[in-house]
Design a protein around this ligand. Structure first.
Ligand code: GLN
Ligand code: ZN
Length: 762
């Protein structure tokens, strides 16, 4: 008997119930109890759904009100003291204060947030102090296990493993390495495992995704002792270790020898890991959870192919020891295709979301267990694989020939930055320390109503466009009043920075309800790229020319870059990512040319996902950076010297990619900085960034209004590693998730900070 196992299910609910209820709670429109009830109902619904889909081992602990790393920190009492004023660990008070800060007087800044490996999911970075006393303070997982049990669900507790937890945390003041705290943290983990085992858990999953990348030897050496201690504490319950998003590589022998009853391998990202492990030999007690269904993409599996590694493993170790699994948690895909009513039949048949993937796991398990022949069980899947392979919708000859004709000059600006800078300065006439914003302005209820009315076809296209122009005029006026130097049009026409382009480009399709959690209650609806990319017509030009017609100050054109569009879409799996990215770059290049021709003097091409696309394996990184830089340059190099190219990145660790960022050769780049205390500036101490740069001084991920003094202090700090004629003043990111009440005073303060420094430095 083989087993079908799931690693995690989307939390947000098929109607985004969790988002709605949480936001209502934040707004004071509903109480704690109601929010807890919605959480409980969603857990029950998702457990039942998985069980009835034929999943034998259902995860518990994958649910979270905001983020599972924050949950882990809270469970073990790793709550920095300053948040305890807002409530006990585990109370919504301190929990949401850490997640998103508290606005107003007596408020507090949130913890840092950053990307979860190479995904667009963001986790809260736990902040650890040397004297932190860990203990089991929040029994979340124990309670949830009891809930599942009550419903008759055979649930498997899932939690972040201690080494990954510490590696993903940050020491206060970066004064020490968090893994030094392992000895102190371990007893709390042991207590939790013992409690879970006592409560009837027979298998407990510990996620150690840090194993998918290189680790310093001392960190790797922590695993054997740590897992020996954990296994002992778990007593009768077995431990399953899960790593995903990359190969275990050279870590495999160490992992193999840990006292585990199951080991999960991501065979979508690292199919070679199974062979390596079988060659090494699989210890007798060890079962293998094999991730053969892609948890990061939406394509229907070719089940015949997926069965091969399962069968190979079953041959080697016996069917009983094979667990059929998705490659990683299904957190990263939408819930179900059921909600999609507009997808055409052909495309739809190519897809599988979380619920459909559960069905694939069940079929694979059945085939492995010999409950029918693969031919019968997989008939539908095989038909789709064949028809998708033969579909003419995937290729466009004109795109193919344009790609073949590319030459090296297509990737180069006409002159070097030093020369461009002069021409641009003459044309734009900006003061020192110029101020700007990242693009979007708050998306008001009125704007959402406008969009909804259009969707329901209650508005004519003219009425809708009229409404958008009204919004644009409002933010242009506002920016002039505030005194910003380089303006933006505000992105009112965009529901989302990737989806907006996905809707207009050919080779893309968008979904109605394909939501995926990005951070907290923020969800995105990634488009799906299924074929060669064509831009049938200009995508942003009409809005930009309108915005520019209202003001003499420069309005920045605003586009999403090719790497980010690629990274935040579900990407076709039938050609290399690089090829798809070059196609998107050509489409953006055409848009840039049209904006320039329409008189737009500065154009920003956002690449917030540039760093996130980096493979976890060190050996693959250089190749990625090479093509990612190429794609950005292809998109941006068609312009004259006088056109100022901006780019923007956020939530990135820059230290290891500063030279790639310099190779982008953007004239100006704005980056996230304030939420990490300008830590990124350290990267620029050793590396002299050649072009212009704006480290964000206003953290827009929190409702807090920063003071002018605070931002001035950050700018002073920036001036220690960045020359004054290189420095720009801007927020961390776009303002769309904020409210005008917060944004207006914050930007006023930001402009005041820039002015006061300008006066000082002359
Ligand atoms: N221009 C986008 C905005 O302002 C950038 C968003 C992002 O970096 N994620 O919203
Ligand atoms: Zn950003």
């Amino acid at each position: 008997m083989a087993t079908a196992l799931n690693l995690g299910f989307p939390r947000i609910g098929k109607n985004r119930e969790l988002k709605r209820q949480t936001e209502a709670y934040w707004q004071g429109q509903s109480g704690q109890e109601e929010l807890r009830e919605v959480g409980k109902a969603l857990r029950a619904e998702h457990w039942r759904l998985q069980a009835s889909a034929g999943i034998d081992s259902v995860p518990v602990g994958d649910f979270s009100f905001y983020d599972h790393v924050l949950d882990t920190a809270t469970m073990f009492g790793a709550v920095p003291k300053r948040y305890l004023a807002y409530g006990e660990p585990g109370s919504f008070g301190s929990y949401f204060a850490m997640a998103r800060g508290v606005a107003g007087e007596g408020g507090i800044a949130p913890l840092e947030m950053t990307k979860w490996f190479d995904t667009n999911y963001h986790y809260i970075v736990p902040e650890l102090s040397r004297d932190m006393a860990f203990s089991l303070t929040w029994p979340k997982l124990v309670e949830e296990l009891a809930e599942a049990k009550e419903l008759g669900i055979a649930a498997r507790p899932v939690l972040l493993g201690p080494v990954s937890f510490l590696r993903l945390s940050r020491a206060v003041d970066d004064a020490f390495d968090p893994t030094e705290l392992l000895g102190r943290l371990l007893p709390a983990y042991q207590e939790l495992l013992a409690t879970l085992a006592g409560a009837g858990a027979s298998l407990i999953q510990l996620d150690e995704p840090v194993l998918a990348g290189e680790l310093p030897k001392p960190v790797l050496d922590l695993f054997p002792k740590t897992y020996a201690a954990l296994a002992e504490a778990a007593g009768g319950a077995g431990l399953m270790l899960a790593s995903y998003f990359g190969s275990l590589g050279s870590r495999l022998p160490i992992v193999r020898d840990l006292p585990l009853t199951a080991l999960h391998l991501d065979l979508v990202r690292a199919p070679e890991d199974l062979r390596s492990l079988l060659d090494l030999g699989v210890p007798e007690q060890l079962s293998l959870s094999l991730g053969v269904v892609d948890g990061r993409n939406v394509w229907r599996s070719d089940l015949g192919q997926a069965l091969k590694p399962l069968a190979a493993a079953a041959d080697a170790i016996g069917t009983d020891r094979v667990l059929v699994a998705p490659s990683c948690s299904l957190l990263h895909v939408p819930i179900s295709l059921d909600a999609e009513r507009q997808l055409d039949g052909e495309l739809r048949s190519w897809l599988a979301f979380a619920t459909e993937k559960l069905g694939e796991l069940r079929l694979l398990r059945a085939a492995l267990a010999g409950e029918g022949t693969p031919e019968d069980l997989f008939a539908a899947s095989s038909d789709v694989a064949r028809s998708r392979g033969a579909s003419p919708r995937r290729t466009r000859p004109e795109v193919q020939s344009r790609l073949k004709a590319l030459e090296s000059k297509d990737f180069e600006r006409q002159a070097a930055h030093a020369e461009r800078r002069q021409v641009q300065a003459d044309r734009l006439k900006l003061p020192p320390l110029p101020t700007t914003t990242i693009g979007s302005f708050p998306q008001t209820a009125e704007l959402r109503r406008l969009r909804a009315a259009r969707r329901r076809q209650e508005l004519s296209e003219e009425q809708y466009e009229e409404g958008i122009r009204g919004e644009i005029a409002k933010v242009i006026r506002l920016q002039e009043e505030i005194g910003l130097d380089v303006l933006v049009h505000g992105e009112a026409e965009r529901n989302d920075m990737v989806e907006y382009f996905g809707e207009q480009l050919e080779g893309f399709t968008v979904t109605e309800q394909g939501w995926v959690q990005s951070y907290g209650t923020r969800c995105v609806k990634p488009p799906i790229i299924y074929g060669d990319v064509v831009r049938p017509r200009p995508m942003t030009v009409q809005w930009l020319t309108y915005a520019q017609s209202l003001t003499r100050r420069p309005v920045k054109g605003m586009l999403t870059g090719p790497v980010t569009i690629l990274q935040w879409s579900f990407v076709r799996d039938d050609q290399p990512r690089r090829d798809t990215c070059l196609q998107i770059a050509l489409a953006i290049r055409d848009e840039v040319a049209d904006l320039e021709a329409a008189g737009i003097r500065a154009i920003q091409i956002d690449e917030p996902a540039f760093r996130e696309g980096m493979p976890l394996g060190e050996s693959e990184r250089a190749a990625y950076l090479k093509w990612a830089v190429e794609c950005f340059r292809l998109a941006t190099s068609g312009v004259a010297n006088a056109t100022q190219i901006h780019s923007h990145m956020c939530y990135s660790e820059f230290n290891d990619i500063v030279d790639a960022i310099a190779r982008l050769d953007a004239d100006v780049i704005s980056i996230e900085a304030s939420r990490s205390d300008m830590a990124l500036l350290r990267a620029f101490q050793d590396f002299h960034y050649p072009n212009e740069i704006g480290p964000g001084v206003y953290d827009i991920h929190s409702p807090r209004v920063p003071s002018a003094e605070e931002m001035e202090a950050q700018l002073r700090q920036a001036l220690q590693s960045i020359d004054r004629d290189q420095l720009w003043v801007n927020p961390d990111c776009g303002l769309k998730t904020r409210r005008f009440e917060e944004v207006v005073p914050s930007l006023q303060n930001m402009v005041a900070a820039a002015r006061s420094l300008r006066a000082e430095i002359g």
